[in-house]
Design a protein around this ligand. Sequence first.
Ligand SMILES: Cc1cc2nc3c(=O)[nH]c(=O)nc-3n(C[C@H](O)[C@H](O)[C@H](O)COP(=O)(O)O)c2cc1C
Length: 662
Amino acid sequence: MQRTADFNTLFSPFSLAGKRLRNRITHASMSLLSTPAGRVTDRFIQYHANRAAGGAALSVTEPLAMMRHQANLPRIQVWQHEDADELRRLAEAVEGKDCRLLGQIQDAGRGRHFPGRNPEAIGASALPDDLSWTVPRALTGAEIRGLIGEIADSAAFLKSCGFSGVEISAGHGHLFHQFLSPWSNSRQDEYGGSWEGRTRIVAELVSALRDACDMDFIIGLKLPGDDGVRGSIGPAEAAILGDLLTRSREVDYVCFAGGAHARTLEMHTPDRHGPAMPYMGFIKELRHHLNGVPLMALGRITDPAEADGILSRGEAELIALGRPLVADPAWPRKAAQGRTWDIRYCLSCNTCWGAIIMMHVPIACVNNPRVAQPDEVDFAPRRAERRKRVVIVGTGIAGLEAAWVAAARGHEVTVLGASDHLGGKAWLREQLPGGETVSSIYDYQTTAARRAGARFELGRRVTAAEIIAAEPDAVVLATGSRMIPPAWLPADVLQEGMVGDLRACLPEVLRHDGRQPGTAVLFDTDHTEGTYAAAEALRHRFERMLIVTPRDTIANDVQMVTRQGILRRMAEQHITVVPLSEPRWSDGCEEGQLEIVNLYNGDVILVEDLALLTYATPRVPDDVLAEPLRAAGITVIAVGDARAPGEMLFATASGNAAGLAV
Ligand SMILES: Cc1cc2nc3c(=O)[nH]c(=O)nc-3n(C[C@H](O)[C@H](O)[C@H](O)COP(=O)(O)O)c2cc1C
């Protein structure tokens, strides 16, 4: 790997349990949802092999099934000691690329992220999970010791398959965290009652792992640094945990994370509405409570300069990157080669979390359409056999993705944009609260497209006839979508432009500073993240703000960690949510009155000082160009919203596929 003088500390070697790490970068444990049958899959191997090929020095898997009672989970079943060949193939694919592979040890205990209770849950005490209300069965002392034995046995098996170590997940509100916290552990036996008692299960596990796997086996420990729950574990308590659990010096590194369950789930994967590196405040303090055991810094560290700064200021010895290495597995390689401009940066949008937890599909990323593909690392699209003339209509992230990929394949690419800025809806999203990171998608795409020779013609809406006259071999249609006006809005009101959709009203709202008297009403049957960022922008502009929806709550289509933040911000900013309702248009609206009717009981709320009425509704493709172009015999590929209005994830994925298809 070619090195530059930059980021010297980040790229200096390190050693854990006598094993050499080529640099300080760890791939943090990420659940991939790609082992549905509990067996190692090619996709699982490819994902980890790619992070190793991209330059990470250490990679932690998602939780593996290390205990017999985890037999029915869709995790790689290690406790059975079967599948050794596949585990070896996995280890070789990672270790063979000079990256140490660790298997994660975790049990969710009473924690559950989806509806329903877990009847199989085990826990420290029979106290309810604050998210699913699951009440676990409290483990007996003998059962605890049994589990420790099973885990140690599984870890020894992993070692025999070529793994370099394990990481104990004792944070994030899971089983070990539940033992550590006085909030979830009310035991009076040797596994509760005091900090020594509550840490005993982890301390005994560490010793058992050391005994079973010897000194040349890495044991990492992920602890809660601040779980955000009153009476549980804040930084002061984390310092006690850190001290008690490192005294024996059997642990090789400690890493601190945030959050537990329910209200603090959003702290697990801090998003773009908060500061960069939000855990560093407590991490650098906790460093002094680890008896000299190396500390791994974690949490929204997205940029090589940030990572190198943490290390060179002596705030930690190692850096863990979760989402940033999903977005770009070649992040380490590119940083080492001085190609930071070429990194596809993590947006901290948590779409990856939504994929596995809400959509129940393998991990995916808005800024990386090729997660776990064989060509993912430093993706360079294969050259086309014949150079074609390709026209891309639209400059949103779907069109730009198609543009750079097609241009990099050697095609003659012209990008046509009605607007004179790039990014489409993503550009608008960037102007809204929590939007600063969005531009990293289209900045990357634009730079890559220009580098590959794509031409841009912006600021003018083209006609089908003009495109046909240019005689393209193929057209990628990335012309977006438009919102369907709600049925309660009379056609003449729409025609007169008295009420417009959310996107149409935003530029005007954003142009002004200061608050205007009156109430802004947003009718919401969209329920995606951008709508609530826009609601926040409206709230800054108007005295009062109401979101009216026919559903039982808002943000139904947003995954849980992001929804939690949305609900919190709506509450903090006193944005009133009116569920199960829709507006009723009447003559009074013109005098600034609006009736909001409950769809179930007919009750009416009267808004008497209406200052703005707008709507966010499902969208239909804006694809009027498709038919005339196809009629002229031109190959047309619609991408993004122009194909099927939806998430950014689909926009970049369909753009990437189109770029490869033309
Ligand atoms: C999609 C997703 C899956 C995750 N799965 C795990 C997991 O299985 N085990 C774990 O300890 N942490 C898991 N995490 C948390 C990460 O390891 C990490 O602590 C968190 O994302 C913050 O780091 P980052 O900002 O670098 O992503 C997951 C996070 C995400 C976004």
